[in-house]
Every structure is written in C-alpha cells, then in structure tokens.
Design a protein around this ligand. Structure first.
Ligand code: BES
Ligand code: ZN
Ligand code: ZN
Length: 503
C-alpha cells in the first residue's frame, strides 16, 4: 500500500473513498466535516439522521458524492464516545475505525482511500500513526497458499492533516505507522506459515536476511556449539528432532552512546508435539505457533534499523522443534543448564522454559544486559487465567513492569501483570536435581513457569510475557484476521522508543 500525507481539506481530497471518523458525542462537528456536508448539499447529515447513525465503534455508513467533491464516495466511521474523563487520548479507537473503514473501502472496490480523523487529545503524530497501523493491520491477509486470492486491494492510502502545524508530526506518524505495522505483519506471516516450512533453519535464514538488510550483527550457534557452551537444557529439548536446532543472536548497536542494553528473547519452538509426553490431537493442532515469541523478535529487528533508537538491543532465539523419537529426552532425565543448575525433566511438554532458561543464562553471561524481556507461548494456564485477549506479564522489577505495561497500553495490546509468588517455588523442588521443570503442586501454571525461569536471570531486571493466549486468534479481530496476531511487536517498539527518551 502506498502511503502519503496531505494537508488538503477533506472536501478537496481526491480518492475513491474519503473516510471521515466521527465521535458519538461530538458536541461540535469539525469544520472540515461541515465543509464536506455543505458541498454535498447536506446529504451526509440527512443520511446519517435517517439511518440513526450512532457512531458506535466500527459502525459505517456511506454516500456517493455525485461529483460534488473530488472524492467519489464519503464513508463515515464511528469512533465511539470521546474519552473526556481521560487526560490523554486513546489511539485504539482510531486504529480500529481505520481498519474497519479501509476494509469496507476495499470491499467497495476502492483503489485509493483518504482518511480524516478529528483531533481528540492525541498529537497529529499519534493520530496519523494509528490510522496507518489500523489500515495496514486491518487489511492483512495470509493467502499465499490459496489458489483463489481476493483481487481487491487498496493501493493508496492518504492521511489528511489539514492543520499545517500538525503536518510534520503527521508525516512522522505515517512513517512510524508503516514501520510498526510492517514489523507486525512480518511476525504474523512467520506464525501463519506451517511448521514444515518454518523450521529452526528457516528462522536462522530469515534472521540472516534481516541482519543483512539492516546492517545488523548476527551469530547463529549450531547444536555442538550450544552443547559446548553448556546449554544442556536447550540441547536436551532439541535431541529428539531431526531438524537441527539454531541458537540465533541478533544485535542492534546504535551509532552514538547507548542509553541502555536490552535483551529481547523469543520462545522459538517451531513445533511442539509435547515430546515423549505427547500432546493430544487437539492440543497439538495449533502448535506451529509455538515460535510466536521468536517471530516477534524477528519483526522487531526488521524495524530497529529504520527507527534507530538509542538503545543497544540484543535478540535471542533458542530455536528447535519438540519431537518424540528414539533419541528424544525422557521424563526423568536430568540436564544441566548453562548457569550450572541441574533440572529434572518432570514433563517433556514443559520444554519452552528449558530453552528459555539457557537463553536467559546466555544473555546474562555473554551480553550482560541492563534488562531482559522475553515473549513466550509458554503455558495453557495463562489462557485459562486471562483468555485470548490479554497477555500475562510476570516481572522481577516493578519499574520495568510499569514501563512495559505503559507501552502495551499505548499499542492497544492488553496485558496484565501476575505475581511472582515466591512460595509457589516449593513445588519446583526435585529429589535428584536442583529444580524440576514442572510443579508438584496444583494451579498457577503460568506463575510457576515464570518462577522456574527467574532462576536463570541472575538478578537482572526481567519481564516475561506469556502470549500463549494472544499470539494466535481463532476468530477475526478488529485489527486482523484469524491466525497470527503479531502481538508484542508494537508493545516492544513503543517500549524501546520510550526508553529512548523520545517517540
Ligand atoms: N506450548 C505450550 C503452551 C501452550 C498451550 C501454548 C496452549 C499455546 C496454547 C507449552 O510448551 C506447554 O506444553 N505447556 C504445558 C506445560 C505443562 C506440561 C506444565 C501446558 O501449559 O500444558
Ligand atoms: Zn510444550
Ligand atoms: Zn511449547
């Protein structure tokens, strides 16, 4: 999609469809909208009145202009109520409205769309960025394996910012919106690809491409090297698979002095069969998405070279399959992780925490970060606790947790912090090793998994995002179709931008 910013008034915009956002309790209709209505001889007001248009979120109505303004059709999209009680505006209604409107314009066979959203507590930068994110995420499709593809597509999107004082900000918003959305769509593609395509080797190849394009440093460790470095927990998970594991380390180093060094880790199980503790058919069905954390790391690193934050960022993926075979890890095996802790394998299906344990240890020893964040489709328990709409967060540091939660809020990605309740660590005791990878006690599965991982963080401030419920959706969402959601990519980008001191 070609993207542009214009300072033209909506009544002068040239497009197949002109989109006008409308708040429900709009006290005074913006002058720009009044001008469109006037030019159409009051047609817009008449249609909205007769349809009892309430401006509910995503509600849509449209009229043909009959050549009275340069746009062929005017499409009004509801934004819901103004957030008057809030001092800060909320970008999410704009993203969702832009998504719904551009989707509808596409279905009306529009090739070009121009969007005007009324100002409301958001800067011109935030408004433009939200519109672009909504348009690109909302029209995302994964159709590469379909013979019959939908030929309709919006080729050009113009964001209208008639107030010239907001033009520079809006232009930056269009640029950021494109980068953030494209990173998210890259992540979605990787999650949607089946596990016979996305193997650890494929992830390493994709990382190589991303590193080459962006001038990033990349190190890929093979199985033998990982074993030599002491990653017994990770290598143990990989030993049942014919696909060679790949430990991927991407680094982005800013030109000037970095404000911080951050490690971002993504769980990269390209298929989770459960191992010898085999999953049921139903439980296994969707397990190609068990690399959604890794996919988010790759999406992030696709964006970083274009955004150039003043933060040093390291991306780590301990990629492998989790398969049953004659060489597979057995329940009861004992492995030694890189930090020296031994782990009894209570269940081979609790493999994510084993791979992440060594990624965390590697980060502590070889990167020496100021803080670490991991994203992992880690537990079914977090889906029970928070459902498919909210990611779980567990963090060892309150300030870090607060900053990540604020970034998630800004990105419109729901996230809720769960407690790292120390007493639950009791359950992870083993008779023969320092730790068991599952708990002997019932309940709190998401917290227990995080407590296990905390043993490998060596006191470095750390936030863990359990995205088992949010990485993949079985139903259409406002910002995208069924399948991979690309969750956490925009949260992380917002987080790094705020760490940067500027957005
Ligand atoms: N990849 C799964 C977690 C998962 C479950 C992701 C459902 C998405 C949807 C993970 O490796 C796993 O199997 N976890 C087990 C842990 C248990 C054996 C302690 C689980 O949650 O059941
Ligand atoms: Zn598993
Ligand atoms: Zn898993």
């Amino acid at each position: 999609m070609d993207l542009a910013l214009e300072t033209r008034k909506p009544s002068e915009a040239r497009a197949d469809v002109l989109v006008l956002g409308r708040y429900a309790d709009e006290g005074r209709v913006p002058a720009e909208v009044v001008a469109v209505d006037r030019a159409l001889g009051g047609l817009l007001t008449k249609v909205l009145q007769s349809e009892k248009f309430e401006s509910k979120p995503g509600q849509i109505s449209y009229v043909h202009t009959g050549g009275k303004i340069p746009a062929e059709r005017v499409l009004v999209v509801g934004l819901g109520p103004h957030r008057r009680e809030k001092t800060r505006g909320d970008a999410e209604p704009l993203r969702r409205a832009a998504a719904a409107a551009v989707r509808r314009a596409r279905d009306l066979n529009a090739g070009s769309v121009a969007v005007f959203m009324p100002p409301d507590g958001l800067s011109s930068r935030e408004r433009a960025q939200a519109v672009v994110e909504g348009a690109l995420l909302g029209t995302y499709r994964f159709d590469k394996y379909l013979k019959e593809k939908n030929p309709r597509a919006v080729r050009a999107l113009t964001v209208l910012e008639p107030d010239r004082r907001g033009a520079a900000g809006a232009r930056e918003g269009v640029r950021l919106g494109r980068i953030w959305a494209e990173a998210t769509c890259l992540t979605r593609d990787l999650v949607n690809e089946p596990a016979n395509v996305v193997t650890p080797t494929f992830l390493a190849r994709r990382a190589t491409e991303i590193a080459r394009e962006g001038g990033l440093k990349l190190r890929v460790l093979e199985r033998a090297e990982c074993a030599r470095m002491g990653m017994g927990a990770y290598v143990g998970v990989a030993q049942g698979s014919e696909e060679p594991p790949k430990f991927i380390h991407l680094s982005y180093v800013p030109a000037g002095r970095a404000r911080r060094r951050v490690v971002i880790i993504g769980k990269g199980i390209t298929f989770d069969s459960g191992g010898l503790d085999l999953k049921t058919a139903d439980g296994m069905l969707r397990m190609k998405d068990d690399m959604a954390g890794a996919a988010a790391v790759l999406g992030l690193f696709h964006a970083l070279p274009k955004l150039k934050p003043r933060v040093e960022v390291h991306g780590l993926i301990a990629a492998t399959e989790n398969m049953p075979s004659g060489t597979a890890q057995r329940p009861g095996d004992v492995v030694r992780a890189m930090n020296g802790l031994t782990v009894e394998i209570g269940n081979t299906d609790a493999e994510g925490r084993l791979t992440l344990a060594d990624a965390l240890s590697y980060a502590v020893r070889h990167v020496k970060p100021d803080e670490m964040i991991d994203m992992a489709t880690l537990t079914g328990a977090v889906v029970i606790a928070l459902g498919q709409g909210v990611s779980g967060m567990m963090a060892s540091n309150d300030a870090l947790a607060a900053r990540v939660l604020a970034a998630a809020d800004g990105a419109g990605e729901r996230m809720w912090r769960l407690p790292l309740h120390d007493e639950y660590k009791e359950g992870l005791k083993s008779d023969v090793a320092d730790l068991n990878n599952i708990s002997s006690q019932r309940g709190a599965g998401a917290i227990v998994a995080a407590l296990f991982m905390r043993e490998f963080t060596a006191g470095v401030p750390w936030a863990h995002l359990d995205i088992a419920g949010t990485a993949f959706t079985e139903r259409e969402l406002p910002l995208g179709p069924k399948g991979g959601t690309g969750v956490t990519v925009r949260t992380l980008l917002g987080y790094l931008a705020s760490t940067n001191g500027r957005r």
